[in-house]
Write a protein that binds this ligand. Structure first.
Ligand SMILES: Nc1nc2c(c(=O)[nH]1)N(C=O)[C@@H](CNc1ccc(C(=O)N[C@@H](CCC(=O)O)C(=O)O)cc1)CN2
Ligand SMILES: Nc1ncnc2c1ncn2[C@@H]1O[C@H](COP(=O)(O)OP(=O)(O)OP(=O)(O)O)[C@@H](O)[C@H]1O
Length: 224
């Protein structure tokens, strides 16, 4: 007798019944649903939360930058992002990193055509910004390959699962920068309130080893 697929309600409520494997089309649907829910629930970061998060990232990156300078003899290229409305704002962090002189170069994401990886362009305080796709902004500076990526997100889970805006930009970018077998040098950044019990993960999704929030730097299973 042919067995019929489990009802969608079971896939949603109890994905473990499928051995953690959810068909790709179901994952896409789940993500759309979660994106809509999280969009509605989203709160704009308070200045105190934003500052705490930028301080935490600065502290972590400072150590990374010093080690990198010692090992490689050059500045650590940090791939950051200009904020979209309602997102955590990394601009205070970018200004601070740029102020540390030879330890860091800051490069910001340029939103490239759909289906491609992001490109990163050198930013310095006062750099002219140009309007890009989906309301994003990027500088006109030279293209640089980030050594470490700061990854925006809509929702995250304790395993490093990340939900974004649905363009697949960061999964493509992470896969290009850090091929399988290499450590994923990336930190997600978000508020604690953006944490969800489970982000559905598809075959292209890259788990984040660290998520920085206003409360803590969370190391996830992907860090080990
Ligand atoms: N600040 C910031 N820059 C970023 C990202 C991000 O998440 N944050 N991206 C992360 O990948 C890339 C841009 N990706 C995007 C992909 C799709 C849509 C998009 O479809 N927007 C819908 C509204 C989505 C919603 O609000 O739920 C739209 O414009 O209609 C936006 C950004 C690169 N730059
Ligand atoms: N490395 C990849 N190669 C091919 N397709 C990919 C890759 N990464 C993601 N995709 C495809 O891109 C689409 C969107 O992916 P997903 O829903 O994970 O986006 P997202 O991570 O939320 O978006 P973003 O990173 O832009 O914020 C999916 O159809 C997914 O299969």
């Amino acid at each position: 007798m042919m067995s019929s697929p489990p009802p969608i309600a079971i896939m949603r409520a109890q994905p473990h019944l499928l051995g953690g494997k959810v068909p790709p089309h179901a994952v896409e649907g789940e993500k759309r649903r979660l994106r809509a829910l999280c969009g509605k629930a989203r709160t704009v970061p308070l200045p105190s939360q934003n500052n705490a998060l930028c301080d935490r990232l600065a502290q972590h990156l400072w150590m990374h930058g010093r080690q990198h300078r010692h090992d490689k003899g050059r500045a650590l290229v940090v791939g950051a992002v200009w904020p979209l409305p309602g997102e955590v704002d990394l601009r205070p962090l970018c200004r601070r990193l740029a102020g540390y002189g030879r330890l860091f170069n800051v490069a910001l994401a340029e939103t490239t055509p759909a289906g491609t990886a992001l490109r990163f362009r050198r930013w310095q305080p006062g750099s002219a910004m140009v309007q890009g796709r989906y309301g994003t902004c990027h500088p006109k500076g030279i293209v640089q390959r980030p050594d470490v990526l700061l990854v925006p997100l809509v929702a995250w889970d304790e395993h490093g699962g990340r939900l974004g805006y649905g363009g697949g930009y960061y999964d493509r970018t992470l896969a290009g920068l850090f091929p399988p077998g290499q450590p994923v040098q990336a930190l997600g950044f978000a508020l604690e309130s953006q944490k969800v019990p489970h982000v559905p993960m598809g075959p292209h999704d890259v788990s984040l080893p660290f998520i920085a929030t206003e409360m803590a730097l969370h190391a996830t299973a992907a860090a080990f």
